[in-house]
Design a protein around this ligand. Sequence first.
Ligand SMILES: *Cc1c(COP(=O)(O)O)cnc(C)c1O
Length: 456
Amino acid sequence: MLEQLKKIFSGTEEEMPTNTGSKPDISREKSAELYEKSKTYFPGGVNSPVRAFKSVYGIPLFIQKGDGCYIWDADGNQFIDFCASWGPLILGHNNAKIREKVIEVMQNGMSFGAPTALENELAELIIKNNSYVEKIRFTSSGTEAVMSAIRLARGYTGKDKIIKFEGCYHGHSDSLLVKAGSGLVTFGETSSAGVPKSFADETIVIPLNDKNAISEAFAQFKDQIAAVIIEGIPANNGLLLQDQDYIEFLRAACTENNALLIFDEVITGFRVGFEGAAAHYGIKPDIVTYGKIIGGGLPVGMYGASAEIMGHISPDGGVYQAGTLSGNPVAMAAGIATLTELLRSGFYKDLNQKTKEFVDSIQRFATAKNYKFKVFTVGSIFWFAFTDKDIKTAEDIDPTSMDKFKVLHRELLNRGIYLGPSGYEVGFVSAAHTKIELEKTKRAIFDALDLVFRKG
Ligand SMILES: *Cc1c(COP(=O)(O)O)cnc(C)c1O
């Protein structure tokens, strides 16, 4: 996601180099036709930049249908999918329980702009099973949830500045489209045209995995920090696993400085466990944001906190936040059906175990062959990195290693495996991936890695 920001401005569209692999390239004729048309309608031919395949070879595949862990593109190519619509589809594509619940609810109309019992139902599923939120508010996207959480933190504390981390993505609201300048503790520099510098000046950007940077930022901007926002487990710019100890330090620093700690759990919420990264660490953030899985494939976001903090949201309090389609009944239905499945006993144990076996055997293969390749993983999230180092910050990632990812991506497509189209993106295993597909995927990855490293 961060990388897509860079790429979209450089606008590179590379030619596919000659195929020297052992499999022919998949046909993209129909996708190419659709892409030619879509380019006349949408900037870059897409409605979200990373979909344009700028960081991998070839044109984007237009997807026609999905079922279980499979997707099919417009040319009829079939893939085992690990992109999972960027995370939401923890139950796989076209899950029957979600589909049936959605259709049932749709029979009664699709939006009222008035409260419905379905909102209560989804809220109850969340609040009863989550020790980190007492009151919540539904939005229609993760971006909205995070943007609102920041406003709430500012309204609650009466302070303006926020701290974010280089390597974390929090959606595309103005104050979060910022990146680090040079230096340990810096005002953000805008990472998108159209974001006023004065907005970016309210956002301090520091590196991950650096306690000093946290202390320095709080010292330098004493009594000005409303909140620190971090991805529960940073998973948008590689998978940057942080030490428990570091997150504890961050929690304590926020408390000490009367700043709120916001866990952006739009990816990790309901993914690494029902209660997300907060429960993974056993650390209580002051505000949590969710998205992706919570809507089961339909547009839902959410932010939540203690009843006391949430009491500052309008109409109870002075922080305004609203949405025409917030709590939309059809979207709520998808969320209810999804979360009900996730609450079944053993759901995460099975999913995480399956993922662990999958990634462990890939790592064993790479290690045995002395390939400079590491799989980072937590829960059912994995990230392939062409490195032999431990990677904990955005800086640790070698951009030139992405050339290898491009080859891997192409070879995997040619073997019926679909990964997100950028080496900075993580992959997701879903409940719909069975041992059979994971076995097939492993073999494809082994072949593809052999080719990547044969090429040097
Ligand atoms: C995806 C994501 C967002 C943005 O959510 P959208 O639904 O795309 O607006 C925000 N934060 C994190 C951590 C995300 O992964």
